[in-house]
Design a protein around this ligand. Sequence first.
Ligand SMILES: Cc1ncc(COP(=O)(O)O)c(C=O)c1O
Length: 418
Amino acid sequence: MSSSLDLKQDAAVQTFDVDAVRAQFPILSREVDGKPLVYLDNAATTQKPQCVIDALVDYYTTCNSNVHRGAHQLADEATTRFEGARDQVADFINAATRNEVIWTGGTTESINIVANGLAQMLKPTDEVVVTQMEHHANIVTWQQACKRSGASLKVAPINDAGELDVAAFEALMNANTRFVAMPQVSNALGTINPLEQLIPMAKAVGAWVLIDGAQGIAHGPVDVQALDCDFYAFSGHKLFGPTGIGVLWGREELLAEWPVWQTGGEMISEVTYEDAKWNHLPYRLEAGTPNIAGVIGLGEAIRWFSSLDMEGVKAHEAALMARATELAEAFEGLTIIGRAKNKTGVLSFVMEEGHPADIGFLLDRQGIAIRTGHHCAEPLMGRLGVPGTARASFSIYNTLEEVDALFEGLKKVKMMLA
Ligand SMILES: Cc1ncc(COP(=O)(O)O)c(C=O)c1O
């Protein structure tokens, strides 16, 4: 018998028109080696809808100009679009003010800005906590900050299902815990972390918290004020936007004092040969000419994504994952890596017959794009006892037929490798 939740989800799937969504992504109609492209590498990067591509072309075609400093029409138009995108991001993540939205090159750069600043404040008795499921961007940064300052890096463990051990995480929190950095969603396993439980634990000991939102941002609305974190980082390219643009959100009072990481134009208010004064937020952390087209493209991606029915998006993604999990469980010789109860659209797996790299190669010959390897999470692979995995990751434009195609493809791979 269906529960009321199932019925609600079914209704949402029915109202979500995946064909209409797909039709907006020109790349999805291309072929690979004469076969229709089945793009299942969305955790690495998402494809771009036509409106985002058009926004980039339109900026370069009609108002290419540097922002802020220009005393002419083109500069005004470019600045309006550029700063308009900042307002869109602020609304999208519910920032308290637009000053809290800093443009960066992506999640990696956002985390580096915070970690470099933190390294200047850490004392040898301080502790920084990360989790066992981090992407390298959220380990190496803190590891290096700790090495530079003499502070210690603590790693909160996961269980064999790939879920954070919440009790062990809480046990790590103490008066020396200065900073906690953790992912909203694991890129390698799809695990969704219970941030509403974890962030208060870190706050209770007075730690600052950074959430790596690289994989979380494209799976539903984010409210940084409700989360009550101090920093949130994400990349445009995982949210249907361009590469090379991302966001660092931080609490205004922290960003206003955070050590500047790059110096030069735009981030200053006054310069003499002897000294310089820093600009106000958000510009004090944005030195030099920014990625103007990228910002405008990201603004358009957010406008587009926000126009979708979020309940429908979530239900569609859940349906894709349910089908993929069901088929994976029935597939002889395949083991799912990462069995968290609360997961997004990531199916990581290994197969008895072959190395993940061979699986990826043989699927590619059939037009099916997945990712293989350690997924920039080498320590996590070590913890799970696998050298790497094959990873299919789903997005809103994928169909149930594409999930089926993946498993038809895997059957052929199995035969070829047997
Ligand atoms: C969880 C996570 N964090 C950080 C990153 C780094 O993002 P970027 O390469 O866009 O800076 C990624 C990219 O895959 C990721 O999945």
